[in-house]
Design a protein around this ligand. Structure first.
Ligand code: HEM
Length: 207
């Protein structure tokens, strides 16, 4: 029986996961046919998305005890993206957001004000996406953005990921969300999957 928030998130966002995983852009990334230029554009949009979400969470950690009990610095990814982008000679100050990226980052601002627990659902999607990313990490070596084996966005934690994910799960499950907070987290996660799919569609359209 599904009973805790992490089981609920997994069960109730399964269709969105499968849809995002099956997105044309993800298929081309996972299948190894994505050109380097588009890969770098993807990293740039992911940097903007991580930065917006992580900055919002950092602000909330100061005032919201539930967010503070769950979010840890090691979950943040923007530094890895910054490294990968530096490897591609892209300056993070000159990254124009694609329309879907702008919509998603504006959505985070709204949630920060009105529904902080939904932002934890968004973080669930980005942190959880490391499961699939780890599987791709060999494939992205060919883009030659960093030192072989050095931390990168696709596999920044190596063997530590499993422990970090268990820790995130335990903290989410210990938070004892109310029914409406559970719904907020699940809706935030669904919107995050949908929003990211739209970003991937925008990236595909650049080809
Ligand atoms: C080709 C692309 C992808 C593959 C092959 C893939 C594969 C996987 C695998 C194998 C797991 C672990 C499932 C388990 O242990 O039960 C997983 C979990 C997850 N993935 Fe993906 N994934 C992909 C893309 C994505 C994307 C693009 C996102 C989000 C942007 C994402 C978000 C998640 C989340 C949130 C989980 C955690 C599920 C949970 O345990 O609650 N994945 N994925």
């Amino acid at each position: 029986m599904v009973e805790n928030i992490m089981d609920l998130l997994k069960e109730q966002t399964r269709p969105q996961h499968n849809q995002t995983e099956g997105n044309e852009f993800q298929k081309s990334l996972f299948g190894g046919s994505l050109p380097k230029e588009q890969f770098v554009q993807y990293l740039g949009q992911m940097y903007l998305i991580h930065k917006a979400l992580e900055d919002a969470l950092s602000e909330l950690r100061l005032s919201n005890p539930i967010v503070a009990s769950i979010i840890e610095d090691h979950q943040y990814q923007q530094a890895y993206l910054q490294n990968d982008l530096a490897g591609a000679q892209v300056s993070i100050d000159q990254l124009p957001p694609l329309p879907a990226t702008k919509t998603l980052t504006q959505y985070f601002e709204l949630l920060k004000r009105d529904s902080p627990i939904a932002l934890l659902g968004c973080e669930y999607v980005l942190f959880g996406s490391k499961h699939g990313a780890k599987l791709m990490s060999k494939q992205i070596e060919k883009y030659g953005l960093g030192e072989k084996g050095s931390p990168n966005y696709f596999d920044p934690y190596g063997d530590k990921f499993s422990g970090y994910w268990q820790d995130f799960k335990a903290k989410m499950n210990a938070a004892q969300f109310s029914k409406s907070e559970q719904e907020d987290a699940i809706n935030g996660a669904k919107e995050m999957f949908n929003g990211l799919s739209k970003v991937f569609d925008d990236l595909m359209a650049l080809a």
